[in-house]
Design a protein around this ligand. Sequence first.
Ligand SMILES: CC(C)=CCC/C(C)=C/CC/C(C)=C/CC/C(C)=C/[C@@H]1[C@@H](COP(=O)(O)OP(=O)(O)O)[C@]1(C)CC/C=C(\C)CC/C=C(\C)CCC=C(C)C
Ligand SMILES: [Mn+2]
Length: 310
Amino acid sequence: MLQLPDSPPRMKTLVSVDESYKLCRHLTAKYAKTFYLGTLLMSPAKRQAIWAIYAWCRRTDELVDGPASAITTPETLDLWEQHLEAMFAGHPKENYDVALVDAIQRFNLDIQPFRDMIAGQRMDLHRSRYQTFEELYLYCYRVAGTVGLMSTAVMEVDNTANTAPWHQSKPLYIPTQEAIALGIANQLTNILRDVGEDARRGRIYIPLEDLARFNYTEQDFCNGVVDERWRSLMRFQIERARQFYTEAEKGITHLAPDARWPVWAASMLYGQILDVIERNDYDVFSQRAYVPQWKKLRTLPIAWMRSQVL
Ligand SMILES: CC(C)=CCC/C(C)=C/CC/C(C)=C/CC/C(C)=C/[C@@H]1[C@@H](COP(=O)(O)OP(=O)(O)O)[C@]1(C)CC/C=C(\C)CC/C=C(\C)CCC=C(C)C
Ligand SMILES: [Mn+2]
């Protein structure tokens, strides 16, 4: 269980940078098999930084979603935000933070996406319904689009085109919108995969305006009704998520060459969850869409090909 300590001791002795990266690596490997696989395709410095970011994001999410979430209050998140400010000032408070402080300095990370992520977790404290897609989009930007921004800063953009004389008039393209789009696509996928789990916790992330459009009620949702209305509604949601994957994938070619394969892999692997939902005939209430390991491994060479030619 991940938990924020009530009041950290003043002069706590923390682990070394290497030890801290190891902790972050273990956490990533344990909680995020798909992302972990993607990070193994990166250069050592980049993969370590992504583990540190992952660990911070996961621990932030656990505050509102984990086993001890019942005792999380807005003040808990205020304290978490103070720890964040301290990290960006170079002062880690906990063992996991040591690696993130190192990554912040190495990659000159911006604090704003981290603050926005906390704002997204605050939404989970007091909201369990979204009326429109615009409202859901803001939530998705905060909890996931921000991860795209954090990760892009680590993976770096391709600046080779700008150093070649024949490209000098071409401005450096930073694929910010595409990075956010991949975060949104992943989060929409998460939402569709976790419908059953969220319904049991009284949460509906699918916009209520979409439920109404397909004549499907909140009561149907809470009862886990899978019928033609639900299938049409899910087809619509899946199509929307895929549009974000398509937008995101156009940006991959603008990333540094060594980052393209892991990002193609992460995008394709996460997108396959949508294929499984379709194969399960859209029943996300009683079964969890799961991509088997052998299928994930089979995807890696295809992702590599795309990273070379697209
Ligand atoms: C130009 C271009 C395409 C650049 C690529 C940018 C890029 C790498 C984008 C990826 C963005 C990404 C991995 C987003 C993750 C979204 C996500 C899964 C968010 C989860 C939120 C809350 O959901 P929920 O509570 O419903 O989910 P659980 O059931 O609890 O899982 C999060 C849990 C918020 C916290 C996010 C994470 C823990 C994931 C962080 C992931 C990374 C840092 C890994 C990035 C991976 C690679 C391979 C670069
Ligand atoms: Mn969560």
